[in-house]
Design a protein around this ligand. Structure first.
Ligand SMILES: [Zn+2]
Length: 370
């Protein structure tokens, strides 16, 4: 399994994050993808009463940052087609990606996907500006349907194919490939932007980000808006994760930060749905906390952490985060975070708890742009 170190996939109604390396294997799950679809496609209409009820709880409101990022102009895309006896594959070339797709009846969708990946690349680099990009393209495979995707997966995932083939909706990241199939416009874009972060990290980082942090950062890109055909991200906005955080908080099901930093998705997979939702929502909240919490105090630390992880020199006393092909030792995360944040995790935990409350209660209306 050399090289198969990180994967994330959509399985049934759930997005699944999976991690493998050449030493061990584990599986993890994202919160309900079906719910994400529901929220993203219909919340303003269908779930308005729920949202209104939350807002009527009556608390001081606070807005998320209104900074939207994205490319100013369309990326250059060239296309050539590969035609076999049975199938036509469009191959789109952008500066950083090579996108293979069998979607043949939606030129608008495949054109947007190319812009999404290329715009996403710049957005990922907003987080990690000092990481040097490679000079050869990352491959993306976007199939028109599940049957084609299954064929490809059988041919390319070897002994692991049984695991992949259990996926009934969506895609995964393996090596630095993103492999998916069409599951509706909004979710296809959302999953692509999420997986694109994993793909970016797999390609460019020698070391391994703590799994909870890598997942949280990927969630920061899920909410894709469009300005004509240009993708837009607001790294503070994710209405679906906000609702999850609120639900978990109200149910008293949040993880403590001490717990959260040692987790990967596979460790919560067998827990209740509310705990699974809590895990991803808190990962997302913590990624945001490091990016913008305490007025951006920790952003330089996060960027130093990215740089050191990319270099393979991250300050992890267990050494396991310095090489992504090593087994991961969760015990290294707490001291590593304390080193970069310059304070005890207990102190960070207090600030993070306040930040979570701010998201779940004060930001709710602005997350939905109400
Ligand atoms: Zn993920």
């Amino acid at each position: 399994m050399t090289g198969q170190r990180r994967m994330a996939m959509v399985w049934g109604s759930r997005v699944i994050g999976r991690e493998l390396d050449d030493m061990n294997a584990s599986i993890g799950y994202h919160p309900a993808e079906g719910q994400l679809v529901y929220i993203q496609t219909g919340l303003k209409h269908v779930s308005f009463s729920l949202l209104a009820a939350l807002l009527l709880a009556g608390c001081e409101q606070s807005s998320v940052h209104h900074e939207w990022i994205g490319p100013k102009m369309l990326s250059v895309v060239t296309e050539d087609d590969q035609v076999s006896a049975t199938i036509k594959t469009h191959v789109l070339h952008t500066p950083h990606y090579e996108i293979y797709t069998t979607i043949d009846d939606r030129p608008d969708l495949i054109a947007r996907t190319a812009q999404l990946m290329e715009g996403g690349f710049d957005a990922y680099r907003t987080l990690a500006p000092n990481v040097q990009p490679t000079n050869y393209p990352m491959k993306c495979f976007l199939f028109a349907n599940n049957v084609q995707w299954r064929d490809f997966t059988r041919q390319h995932t070897g002994p692991d194919s049984d695991i992949y083939l259990k996926i009934t909706r969506g895609g995964y990241t393996i090596h630095d490939w993103y492999v998916a199939y069409y599951i509706g416009d909004i979710t296809t874009y959302s999953v692509a932007a999420h997986e694109g972060w994993h793909q970016f990290v797999n390609r460019h980082f020698k070391g391994r980000l703590p799994p909870f942090l890598e997942e949280g950062l990927a969630c920061m890109f899920e909410n894709v808006e469009w300005n004509n055909d240009l993708p837009r991200w607001n790294l503070s906005m994710n209405p679906a994760r906000t609702l999850s955080l609120r639900r978990a908080m109200d149910a008293g099901e949040l993880f403590t930060l001490d717990q959260l930093v040692t987790l990967h998705a596979g460790m919560v997979v067998n827990q209740s749905n509310i705990r699974i939702e809590a895990f991803y929502a808190q990962c997302w909240a913590f990624a945001r906390f490091m990016w913008e919490g305490e007025n951006g105090k920790y952003r330089p630390a996060l960027q130093k952490l990215f740089q050191d992880t990319a270099d393979g020199s991250v300050a992890d006393p267990t050494g396991s985060l310095r090489n992504s092909y090593h087994s991961w030792n969760p015990a290294g995360v707490k001291p590593m975070l304390e080193h970069y944040l310059g304070q005890d995790l207990t102190e960070t935990s207090k600030e993070f708890t306040d930040f979570e409350k701010k998201i779940a209660y004060q930001e709710m209306s602005s997350q939905f742009e109400l």
